[in-house]
Design a protein around this ligand. Structure first.
Ligand code: ATP
Length: 361
């Protein structure tokens, strides 16, 4: 089932939770709504589900091209999974998954045998068929969440909506479950939208990521697109640690204190305030100034117990800088705390009036 959200605005009292949001999800896609707390992710998910409606006259929801904006949730063939598994505690795993089928009106209800087959097939799919007779209280958090997914899938939804499905679990289980969700989706191809505030989770699992901020969509794209071509400062900052340099565009140069790079996108010869954003792994360090754009800094701290060596420095101009180097490079340079080095960026994202341009340095 395809989804189209068209110009949706939603207020709670005076507060604008969604501001003219538009989004398309293709049939069979797995899309992540990613953003900080309060950015409107859950509100958008609930509007797609039919649990909330947009402000009157302020937007449409189309499912498979059909306007369902004011149609209630029950008719949308949606399966839900929430952060807190909300399983029925007095029912076994089997009964929990069968529930959605058993409560159907008699004419639409599958036979007992069919229900049994369907539930066991789903429990196999989520690798829990061996726990069918247990009660939720006898399961781990990850297992409970997989039961919740099987239960949502039992009604054969056309749309699967997941709100922070792994939010309550510890980091290692989250990682395992998100890979598992991706595999499950590849098998079933149910159009799925999931809410998360965890960028790694969104980038690893989704076909496309929708980044939200203060009730608006900042950027929509594949994980690679949003990661390598962030459309705004918000996106680049939200997707990982970044060093920010304040400066200006002057003619064909972007000048950030000691960092000066070519900048050909300047519309006029006036001076414009700008910011240069550099990811820690887009820096290299050198023992001598090598004629490249860069600046001098002193090493304050080194953490080599990570996939990349994390180095904290203080530039001569007083700016704190975070750099990540491959271990090979770190050993080659023989770096130590208090040493003075030269910091050179390989890539700077320049933002002028919130306009982005990636500039190789
Ligand atoms: P989180 O990650 O914390 O769940 P979110 O991005 O999902 O955040 P929403 O739950 O969509 O954000 O909420 C967006 C804003 O709307 C928040 O500021 C929230 O307080 C407000 N809001 C949401 N639901 C209601 C409601 N029923 N009544 C009043 N305000 C609400």
């Amino acid at each position: 089932m395809s989804i189209e959200v068209r110009n949706v605005t939603k207020h709670f009292g005076d507060f604008g939770a969604l501001k003219n949001v538009s989004l398309e999800v293709r049939t069979g896609e797995l899309v992540a709504l990613l953003g900080p707390s309060g950015s409107g992710k859950t509100t958008l998910l609930r509007i797609i589900a039919g649990l909330e409606v947009p402000d009157p006259g302020e937007g449409l929801i189309l499912l498979n091209g059909e306007d369902v904006t004011v149609r209630h949730a029950g008719s949308r063939q949606v399966g839900f999974v929430f952060q807190h598994y909300a399983l029925f505690r007095h029912m076994t795993v089997f009964e929990n998954v069968a529930f959605g089928l058993r409560v159907r009106p008699a004419r639409q209800r599958p036979s007992k045998t069919e229900i049994r087959q369907r539930v066991m097939r789903l429990l196999k799919l989520v690798q829990l068929d061996w726990l069918a007779d247990r009660y939720p209280g006898q399961l781990s958090g990850g297992q409970r969440q997989r039961v919740a997914l099987a239960r949502a899938l039992a009604i054969e939804p056309k749309l699967l909506l997941l709100d922070e499905p792994f939010g309550a679990l510890d980091a290692r289980i989250r990682e395992e479950l998100r890979r598992w969700l991706r595999r499950l989706h590849d098998e079933l191809h149910v159009t799925s939208v999931f809410v998360t505030h965890d960028q790694e989770e969104a980038l690893e699992v989704a076909d496309r990521v929708v980044i939200m901020n203060e009730g608006r969509i900042e950027q929509t794209g594949t994980p690679e697109e949003v990661f390598h071509h962030p459309a705004s400062e918000f996106v680049i900052e939200f997707l990982g640690h970044v060093n920010i340099f304040h400066g200006r565009i002057e003619g064909d140069k972007a000048i950030f204190g000691p960092l000066e790079v070519e900048y050909s996108d300047s519309p006029t010869d006036v001076v414009l305030p700008a910011r240069g954003l550099v990811r820690p792994y887009h820096f290299d360090l050198a023992l001598e100034a090598g004629g490249k754009p860069g600046f001098r800094a002193t090493i304050l701290h080194i953490n080599a117990a990570a996939p990349q060596v994390k180095i904290e420095l203080l530039s001569d101009t007083g700016q704190s800088v975070h750099v990540e180097l491959p271990h090979d490079r770190y050993h080659e340079l023989g770096l130590a705390v208090s040493q003075t080095v030269f910091v050179t960026p390989r890539e700077i994202n320049v933002f002028v009036d919130n306009r982005a341009a990636a500039v190789p340095a």
